[in-house]
Design a protein around this ligand. Sequence first.
Ligand code: AHR
Length: 533
Amino acid sequence: MFLAQRISLRTFPAIFTLMTVILSASFSTAQTVELSIDVSKPGAKIDRNIFGQFAEHLGHGIYEGIWVGPDSKIPNTRGIRNDVVFALKALKVPNVRWPGGCFADEYHWRNGIGPQRVVTINSNWGGVIDPNSFGTHEFMDFIDQIGSEAYVSVNVGSGSPKEAADWLEYMTAAQPTTLAKQRAANGHPAPYKVPYLGIGNESWDCGGNMTADYYLSQFKIYSRFVHNFNPAQKDNQQMLKIAVGPGGGEPRWTDWTETIMKAYQQHTWSWDLNGLSLHSYTVGGNWPPSYASVGFGEEEYSKILKSTLDMDALIAKHSTIMDKYDPQKKVALVVDEWGGWYAPLPGSNPGFLVQQNSLRDAILAALNLNIFAHHADRVRMANIAQMINVLQAMIITDKEKMVLTPTYYVFKMYVPFQDASFLPVTFDAGTYTHDNITLPRIDAIAAKDTNGKLWIEITNVDPNQPVEIEANLTGITARSASGQTLTASKVDSVNTFETPNTVVPKSISAKVQGGKLALKLEPKSVTVISIEQ
Ligand code: AHR
């Protein structure tokens, strides 16, 4: 009675709305989505290299993020931070692209070897001093410590074929050439392995503003004269030479792909091409990037995720051109720069590309990795930008502090998909709509790993509604299923040095009965499960 008296007509509608929200939040019946997976129909291999990373001399990506120097109080091994190495090892990072980026076309490798380093200015990124204390030997030591492989980008814009050829001889020659002896004198008698070589970076822009024809003529020269003298790589692969490719889907970019691929079709013994790069960042249509990386709501969440899905059409567009000239798909499409690119964090150096990394980025990462997996026959390498402290990073550091980002955890959860065989999944994704933005509610991939185990990834894009999954599995007798799920309370939840466990994976298990798997997924979540037979 007392309560009733106090509920005036003015307050009633508000209370009614509040009760509706509470009731629908706590009693909302999850939508059911049926998935079908036929394990007997494996497709292309999901190349482990699509989980590659990119580490450029940019902001605190290398200096402070990886390199602190041997005299630092921060625990390190030969100058490389131990905490970062430990964290990255768990990701089984297949390859690391270095030293850039735009930086690569101003990098002169001789500045970064030997006891006397040449101090230079990083004119691309903030005009800061680069002491060159992190050079070839330190990079190779780093990838060795994390158990990865080198993807080295050589300087086309302001370097020369001779400079690049000398670098490769310095790194890879086993014979006692002057350069190989210099390498030995600098501490590494054994030749290094360089399985992947990028020839220039964004040569249509920061790499020298070249036309496609001009770049092609440069590429042919580099491809002809830059030799790898230590070609016995993992899987007995020769060094793969990767050309600069498109940076979008407009005619200027499709023309670029046409030019390179048409030439490839007619290539002779004297030059070769094994990969064509593609760069595509998720910026939500804004340049310079202006979306906030933290402190945003559902509008920015839905817009950014909608725009990241453009990656699929972009890959399809360039793959179609590649198919025309290379129907056997010998040339890989290498998405060696991708990720969310947002406004610099307030107070940070705008040239350092510092941003936070939220649950939205975890979902963005999962959606893109799934797109790459869908195109596994052509997309055989990708490098998220970037590894540490820059753009969509795995790790954020500040002096001795380190925090793992939501994106880090997605890469960790996806490790079983490295080199697994893609399995088609059929489902009706449904839709999630916010204002006038509509996206598929669900995304999923499945794969059989090298031991024959089935793995399924399901992303629930909807930030408000859970989803009940019912998966029909054929070609397998499933007994149980379990795995991990990543979510948090808000679309912009982040891990900080003070609260590092806001967005971390939790264990999840699923019921399996009569070949059917039932699983409830939380809103805005990324889930990876494996099936026990
Ligand atoms: O990743 C940051 C920059 O973005 C790279 O240096 C460049 O290649 C791209 O434009």
